[in-house]
Design a binder for this molecule. Structure first.
Ligand code: 5AD
Ligand code: SF4
Length: 466
């Protein structure tokens, strides 16, 4: 497996910030930019960097495509549905571009790493002026400048350089929760997954850079830091620093301040007892583990190249539960993997029943060109897959509600993170990540509180402030 890590120097990032200054000098007052994000938290975090750069160029942010002078669409390639939505939205932008012919439209993110997508944009979407891949994000100002100046459209999908850039400014959305990317890329090559092809190989940020960013976030008043990586358990393995992910959690936990730490995602084959003890011992670490199962059938797990079987998965669940009895466990499951039979699916149902996850994210398999699974026979119909999907959802809804009922009468600590305007209540999360709705004053947003749980449904708990 080829492995590449390209460290972008502080000077290179400083040059990008100088380009931002140049653009700012030329920019008409009141110019606006919009960033539209699809997909995972990693993409959301990338969008914060895009906004950081755009703000440094002097753009004000908007989410109205009619008034935006620059629109950046940060795309996701994990499932076909997200790709279709991007093309649908690009089609709709023909109208806004007619209203404002100087509107600059850029497409970036994981979709751009697929040649056929870039070809399609070149051929069928002349309104797009700039296309750049995830590895090129650190030089977005320079690319945008070229697109603004030139008569030619700019294409920079990237060469798989495995870039690591420090010092790119962020413009974060909220004031309570912050994403902090600790690594990028994936080495696992699960047969169905496009990510290793779009995000390149794993590369970790240096521990000192991560800790410095965490310290700054705490100083800015953020209450929850979500550490992000495709497989955080691999953190540090590509560096010579000797800092594992568990050690990283311990170091962030040691920072002064009133905040909590969460993380995503852990691969079941790599989660270690060391990680579970760090989670148990670090008082700031939320007791939540997202451990994607994908399938409960050993045959399908093998075809998926997941490198664990149902027994190994269960032993991980036992290990974390013996260390942290009240751990909140969530998972991802793919239904309808090529060739998945009723029997295979029954094994997934059995495992879901056995583990009793707190929540589950279920996806119907989506064929991704270029992955090994795309070449496999897929004899089952969409209807058959949908039936399995519905059955799993029904099972999980029952379990989620039963697990929620166990909270009733208990007092839990929550972080109040926002307001649900429709329902007129505050929204909060338990320290295991369960959604709680509470009546209370908007000024409480951003604070921790003790709440008594009085009611629930499948999706949320209902709490009263103490
Ligand atoms: N089809 C359906 N779901 C997928 N995922 C990843 N690739 C695919 C695909 N081709 C799901 C996995 C992963 C989650 C982020 O997305 O369950 O854990
Ligand atoms: Fe995709 Fe597997 Fe990597 Fe997750 S671990 S990003 S599912 S290849």
């Amino acid at each position: 497996m080829s492995y590449k890590r390209t460290e972008i120097s502080k000077e290179q990032v400083a040059r990008q910030l100088a380009v931002c200054e140049e653009i700012k000098r030329e920019l008409a007052a009141g110019s606006r930019a919009m960033v539209d994000t699809y997909g995972c938290q990693q993409n959301e975090e990338d969008s914060e960097k895009l906004r950081g750069y755009l703000a440094a160029m002097g753009y004000e942010m908007t989410d109205n495509e009619h008034e935006a002078d620059v629109i950046v669409i940060n795309t996701c390639a994990v499932r076909e549905h997200a790709e279709q939505r991007v093309f649908g939205n690009l089609g709709a932008l023909t109208h806004t571009k007619k209203e404002n012919p100087n509107q600059m439209i850029a497409v970036c993110g994981c979709m751009v790493k697929q040649e056929h997508i870039v070809e399609k944009i070149k051929k069928s979407y002349p309104l797009v002026s700039l296309v750049f891949g995830p590895d090129e994000l650190w030089r977005f100002p320079e690319l945008l400048q070229r697109a603004r100046e030139g008569k030619k459209r700019v294409y920079a999908p990237g060469e798989g350089d495995g870039c690591v850039a420090e010092g790119v400014p962020h413009l974060r959305d909220g004031k309570v929760k912050a994403w902090l990317s600790v690594m990028n890329g994936c080495n696992n090559f699960c047969s169905y997954c496009i990510v290793p092809y779009t995000r390149d190989r794993e590369r970790s940020r240096r521990a000192d850079d991560i800790i410095a960013e965490a310290r700054e976030l705490v100083a800015q008043g953020y209450k929850e830091i979500m550490l992000l990586g495709q497989n955080v358990n691999s953190y540090g393995k590509d560096l010579d620093e000797g800092v594992s992910f568990a050690e990283l959690i311990r170091r962030i936990n040691a920072l002064e301040g009133d905040f909590v730490i969460r993380f995503m995602t852990s691969h079941p084959k790599d989660a270690t007892p060391e990680l579970f003890s760090a989670m148990a011992e670090c008082e700031k670490c939320e007791k939540h583990l997202h451990l994607p199962l994908q399938s409960g059938s050993d045959r399908i797990l093998k075809l998926m190249n997941r490198r664990y079987d149902a027994e190994k998965y269960l032993s991980q669940v036992e290990a974390v539960r013996s260390c942290i009895p009240d751990i909140v466990l969530t998972t991802d499951i793919i239904v309808g993997y090529p060739g998945e039979t009723d029997e295979d699916f029954a094994a997934t149902m059995r495992l879901a029943e056995k583990v009793r996850f707190d929540a589950m994210f279920t996806f119907i398999y989506s064929k991704r060109e270029g992955t090994p699974a795309a070449k496999m026979e897929d004899p089952f119909t969409r209807e058959q897959k949908q039936q399995h999907f519905d059955a799993l959802l029904e099972l999980q809804n029952r379990i989620s509600e039963e697990k929620h009922r166990e909270y009733i009468g208990k007092t839990v600590r929550v972080l109040i993170d926002g307001r649900d305007r429709e329902e007129g209540v505050l929204t909060a999360r338990t320290l295991g990540g369960r959604l709680v709705r509470i009546s209370g004053d908007e000024r409480l947003i951003g604070s921790f509180a003790e709440t008594r749980i009085v009611d629930c449904n499948t999706w949320a708990l209902r709490g009263e402030l103490i």
